[in-house]
Design a protein around this ligand. Structure first.
Ligand code: GDP
Length: 758
């Protein structure tokens, strides 16, 4: 949990019930844990529903509302200002002798990586919240596809049924048509629109009725089937019919239930427990083709407690999900560091999902990614920002450890080096690989045994960032160090020419939030420079250069003479340095000691890091060293520096062009805005190459557009798209490749970056 929680506690102390924190039990029985995420179209009611869940579980003592900006899940200032959920947070809440770990994931397009980074590693199940007055919307389909890709078991919750336009039947139809699954309605609303007063659970025919004036929905009346029959005969009868329909439809997806129904001979004799278990089996299978569905109105406090019951009843415990990598670890401890936060009192806290074995407070851990053992000081469980020391945390749970210095977000940690070695060996045997000699191959083996691949996309946007004064520099450096450990997608470098600190990130909002956090959490009033696209510089012709670098320092002369050649290689990616294989040159190279050769290579690569046009990395090139002469007594730093100097001269004499990042776009939008969206993409130098027609598997009334556009034209695009489509289009994008720019576009880009016309 983030530190902002403290702020909320300070601002709204009356909402926190410390008593409930301490009366909550940590679950050691994995079957009683539910690690879940909530998926929804923006504004469907994710935050409102979460707040109620926290309130009813006793976690907070008053419900916060989205429009007043005091909800717990949207706890970061930036989120509250912008009204969106950005960074993953996790909240543990007790419910009916179970523990629900609510893992919140961001929905903003800048943060696609954070959403996708752990795939289904953290969440075992999910609730899909739908706006009952709008049905399946564009973003619903995006999160649905993500959940499909990650094989996440889920249930649906039709919210906002208090609204005049709230309509269960229409929403069920849109689930059928747009998500291509059969909704299995497990509840019936009692009343409609503003007269909605409760729900009937169709499985056991229990009624839940809320008194509007009651304690924010905490108190409700529960009625069994007989009471319902005696007090609301018509609703009871309607519910019986819907129950029959639910049984009939569920039997199509579960043979065991079908057999039990045959044995029962009559629908009304079907045992509630059997039906519940049948529905659980269906929900646990993400590709069953059916979707267990609940309903309510979170804002009016109706249906949230039964939804929490449904989480326990239908969603998987960690024991129900198989993680193939666990076979490498057996009963030994293995976990994933999925979040690092900087706590003002406790220092750096690492959040760890425990997958196997037990993490004990008196042990050290071995970090597989870093190949090092680390000690930690405390083992804790987090209830928001309230941390409780514990002696051990078992599989399926979320642990918080303090004192880890090396571990970063995304690292796999295990109980000891020998466990790691055994796992790496088992992984390589599994993958039919023989023992390795080479460092690169050893890395490959490690990758087989860790829980997530350490792939982190290159940043697409840069901007300079500065503290207001030299006095604030130290605090500024601490903030950057903490943020880079927390967020591996944040890059920090020093501009060699201006000496300014430059941030690289996944999008505009990403960098703005980093700056906001430095201001609010570390109290350094930083200034952000202009947002720059991460261009690349590409040589378009071969060229050669022979040059001598010479420097006198004190009385000593340092010199390096290099003959270099640059070869453009289309699609190569990062540039490389090679030594010529020419016989005579090879004889000369043999006389150069390996550390000096390495210094030359390092210097050349460093020269390639900043191209001659705008100082962006030079890619798609091989630099061939045809000759190298090092003056007697020349120091290693001077050799590197000289090689950099000569490489830069070579680049200045080469035809180098700018290449810009191209983004693959996937836009899911309602049919009536397809044309508007297509025209807008074209105006941005982009192209739409593929679009699904109506009534495809993507769902009736919604189209999928795929295409590409230059990143430079996509600044602020997700908000713009939301406006021009009235919220009916949802965008996902990722970097696809770098494309050479036309002369005209290149001139415009250079002018924009430097402020000067060429
Ligand atoms: P999120 O973007 O999915 O987190 O949605 P929020 O929880 O922020 O809700 C968006 C808006 O819908 C807010 O103004 C809520 O007050 C409102 N809202 C949420 N649930 C309901 C509901 O059940 N009924 C009505 N009428 N409004 C709701």
């Amino acid at each position: 949990m983030r530190l902002k929680m403290f702020k909320i506690i300070k601002e709204y102390p009356h909402r926190f019930s410390i008593r409930t924190f301490f009366s909550s039990q940590i679950c050691c029985d994995s079957s009683k844990i539910r690690n879940i995420g909530i998926m929804a179209h923006i504004d469907a009611g994710k935050t409102t529903t979460t707040e109620r869940m926290l309130f009813y579980s006793g976690f907070i003592s008053r419900v916060g509302e989205v429009h007043t900006g005091d909800t717990v899940m949207d706890y970061m200032d930036q989120e509250r200002d912008r009204g969106i959920t950005i960074t993953s947070a996790a909240i543990t809440l007790p419910w009916h002798n179970h523990q629900i770990n609510l893992i919140d994931t961001p929905g903003h397009v800048d943060f696609t990586m954070e959403v996708e980074r752990y795939k289904n590693l953290l969440k075992d199940g999910g609730i899909l919240i739908l706006d009952g007055s709008a049905g399946v919307q564009a973003q619903t389909l995006t999160v649905w596809r993500q959940a499909n890709r990650n094989n996440i078991s889920r249930i649906a919750y039709i919210n906002k049924l208090d609204k005049p336009g709230g309509d269960v039947t229409r929403t069920l139809n849109s689930i059928k048509k747009r998500l291509n699954v059969k909704p299995l309605l497990t509840q019936m609303p009692l009343g409609r629109g503003k007269d909605l007063l409760g729900i009937i659970d169709l499985v056991d025919m229990t009624g839940f009725i809320w008194n509007k004036n009651s304690d924010q929905g905490k108190i409700f009346t529960k009625m069994d089937s007989n009471e319902l029959k005696n007090t609301m005969f018509n609703s009871w009868k309607e519910a019986l019919q819907l129950r029959e329909q639910l049984i009939e439809e569920s039997c199509d997806f579960d043979n065991q239930l079908a057999e039990e129904v045959i044995m029962a001979e009559r629908y009304d004799l079907v045992d509630a427990l059997n039906l519940r278990q049948g529905l659980r089996r269906i929900a646990l299978n993400p590709s069953s083709g059916a979707l267990v569905t609940c309903l309510g109105s979170s804002y009016k406090n109706i249906g949230v407690q039964p939804l929490m019951n449904a989480v326990i009843q239908y969603l998987p415990s960690p024991l129900d999900v198989s993680y193939p990598f666990l076979r490498f670890y057996g009963s030994n401890f293995c976990g994933l560091v999925f979040k690092i936060v900087h706590h003002p009192q406790k220092g750096v806290l690492s959040f760890v999902r425990v997958y196997s074995g037990t993490l004990s407070s008196n042990s050290a851990i071995f970090n597989i990614n870093k190949q090092q053992t680390e000690k930690f000081s405390k083992l804790m469980i987090a209830f928001a920002d309230d941390f409780r020391d514990v002696n051990e945390i078992s599989a399926g749970n979320i642990a918080v450890v303090s004192g880890l210095k090396l571990s970063r977000t995304g690292d796999t940690i295990v109980s000891s080096q020998s466990v790691a070695k055994a796992a790496i060996k088992a992984a390589s045997v599994d993958n039919d690989k023989s023992p390795v000699n080479d460092d690169d191959e050893a890395d490959d083996e490690i990758n087989e045994a860790i829980l997530t691949t350490p792939f982190i996309p290159e940043p697409v946007f840069f901007c300079s960032i500065e503290p207001p004064s030299i006095a604030a520099q130290k605090q500024f450096d601490i903030a950057l160090e903490c943020l880079s450990r927390e967020d591996p997608s944040l890059r920090i470098r020093q501009d060699p020419e201006t000496g300014q600190c430059v941030l690289g990130g996944m999008g505009e909002l990403h960098l703005e939030i980093i700056a906001d956090r430095i201001r609010t959490e570390w109290k350094v009033d930083v200034e952000l420079g202009k947002l720059q696209v991460a261009y690349r510089e590409i040589p378009c012709s071969e060229s050669k250069l022979s040059e001598k670098f010479e420097r006198r320092i004190s009385d000593k002369i340092h010199s390096l003479q290099l003959s270099l050649m640059i070869h453009p290689v289309k699609g190569k990616g990062p540039s490389e340095v090679h030594w010529t294989t020419d016989h005579e040159a090879v004889l000369n190279f043999q006389k150069i000691k390996p550390p000096l050769k390495k210094a030359i290579e390092k210097g050349i690569l460093s020269g390639l890091e900043t191209g001659p046009l705008l100082g962006y990395p030079v890619m798609d090139a091989i630099i061939l060293i045809n000759d190298a002469q090092i003056g007697r007594g020349t120091s290693i730093p001077m050799i590197s520096g000289g090689a950099t100097f000569i490489t830069k001269s070579l680049l200045r004499n080469t035809d180098v062009r700018l290449a810009e990042p191209m983004m693959d776009l996937e836009i899911i939008c309602e049919d009536d805005v397809v044309e508007t969206v297509q025209q807008d993409v074209t105006r941005r130098r982009g192209e739409i190459d593929y679009s699904t027609a109506r009534q495809t598997s993507e769902g009736e009334g919604i189209s999928l557009l795929k295409g590409s556009a230059p990143l430079a034209e996509l600044r602020g695009y997700s908000s713009h798209l939301r406006i021009i489509s009235s919220g009916k289009a949802n965008l996902s994008m990722e970097v696809s490749h770098y494309q050479l720019m036309s002369e005209h576009d290149q001139t415009a880009a250079i002018e924009e970056v430097t402020g000067f016309a060429q």
